[in-house]
Design a protein around this ligand. Structure first.
Ligand SMILES: [Zn+2]
Length: 122
């Protein structure tokens, strides 16, 4: 799943996806969708990971369309850390504990290396 083709130059979402693919090459990249009406108030999440169940057999991530691009990139990395935990059989509901922190940091570092390393615009 590395090196996705995007119609957008320096597409940060593709870079995050590439980072995820390099960190966990055996973990399928989940379905990701932008949705309306997720962050309906201050207590509602900006994004969420849906664990497979009978209704939706695929793991998927929803991100509210009202998020900024920068915010949505971080949200994607955040949710992908949960996805990696799920696929590795770690307790993905152990919200934001040591494993999650480590995974989130790994995605961010790999993403930043890609963002700074190539396709610079200046
Ligand atoms: Zn989370």
């Amino acid at each position: 799943m590395a090196n996705r083709i995007s119609p957008i130059e320096n597409d940060p979402f593709s870079l995050v996806a590439d980072a995820f693919g390099e960190l966990w090459p055996n973990t399928p990249f989940p379905r990701v969708e932008f949705v309306e009406g997720l962050h309906i108030d201050d207590d509602a999440p900006w994004a969420e990971t849906h664990i497979p169940d009978d209704d939706f057999p695929d793991i998927r991530i929803s991100i509210d369309v009202e998020a900024t691009v920068r915010g949505a990139v971080e949200l994607l990395a955040h949710e992908l850390a949960h996805v990696a935990m799920y696929h590795l059989g770690l307790d993905h509901e152990e919200n934001h504990g040591p494993f999650w922190q480590e995974f989130f940091e790994a995605i961010n570092q790999a993403y930043k290396a890609k963002a700074e390393g190539g396709n610079g615009t200046n």
